[in-house]
Design a protein around this ligand. Structure first.
Ligand code: ADP
Length: 242
């Protein structure tokens, strides 16, 4: 029988200092193909949750399943997820094409195959023909698109993003939000997106998980968060975006 959820968190807890839980008891199903945002104020546990999914942090308790199989102890590079973080820098001494090719180079993919896939990934983010530039010759928005192409180049089933547009100015950020949403629609892969920006989450997502104090307060489609917030925190936090 096929598993309906791509990822499941089951009773996941995390403490860094052994005293306070920053993720308290997380049960979360991530659906195949959805655009899910983890939304909440600073310190609410969103990044920790994403880092546990990526494999850079281990849960203190509980289990994470991918396609029904435990991955809690699988190292990050074996999870094969695409990742884009705000400070996930490009290599300045390498061309755009070499930056995008990097995940394939380290996986020892044949050269001809790499060239084809890099060209396709650059086209996806509208940077076709810019492969021989260096990152410093591109704008901030273009650099972020290169990071996105690098995350997509090995066709991962899951793409993890942590405030990827945080360093961009407002106009460019809004433009990139629309591009990301469109890219998600075209690719049909699963996106998990961390943000503290209500407007951003509500614009792009199929579903939003609202975090506060290490707990998911509500996970729902955007309309329902507005219409039937499950508590005062959700009503206040989501309502703040208007
Ligand atoms: P958010 O992404 O919602 O801002 P985080 O998951 O980054 O929240 O942080 C949740 C809590 O865990 C915060 O109190 C933060 O200070 C703490 N924290 C995050 N990373 C570490 C770490 N590596 N070591 C110790 N404490 C951490």
């Amino acid at each position: 029988m096929s598993n309906p959820a791509l990822v499941q968190f089951k009773g996941v807890q995390k403490t860094y200092d052994g005293l306070s839980l920053v993720v308290r008891n997380l049960d979360l199903d991530i659906r195949r193909g959805e655009f899910l945002s983890l939304l909440g104020p600073s310190g609410s546990g969103k990044t920790t949750t994403l880092m546990m999914l990526a494999g850079f942090e281990s849960p203190t308790a509980g289990e994470i399943l991918l396609d029904g199989r435990p991955i809690t102890k699988t190292p990050p590079h074996k999870r094969n997820f695409g990742m884009v973080f705000q400070n996930y820098a490009l290599f300045p001494h390498m061309t755009v094409a070499a930056n995008v090719a990097y995940p394939l180079t380290v996986r020892k993919v044949p050269k001809a195959d790499i060239d084809k896939r890099v060209a396709r990934a650059l086209d996806m983010v509208q940077l076709g023909g810019k492969g021989d530039r260096f990152p410093s010759q591109l704008s901030g928005g273009q650099q972020q698109r290169v990071a996105l192409a690098r995350a997509l180049v090995f066709e991962p089933q899951l793409v993890l993003m942590d405030e990827p547009l945080g360093a961009l100015d407002k106009q460019l950020r809004e433009h990139m939000q629309i591009e990301l949403k469109e890219l998600h629609r075209q690719l049909g892969v699963t996106f998990v997106y961390v943000t503290h920006d209500q407007g951003e989450a509500l614009t792009m997502s199929d579903r939003v998980a609202v975090f506060n104090d290490g707990l998911i307060q509500q996970i729902d489609i955007v309309d329902r968060l507005y219409e039937t917030p499950s508590n005062r925190f959700v009503a206040g936090f989501v309502g703040d975006s208007t």
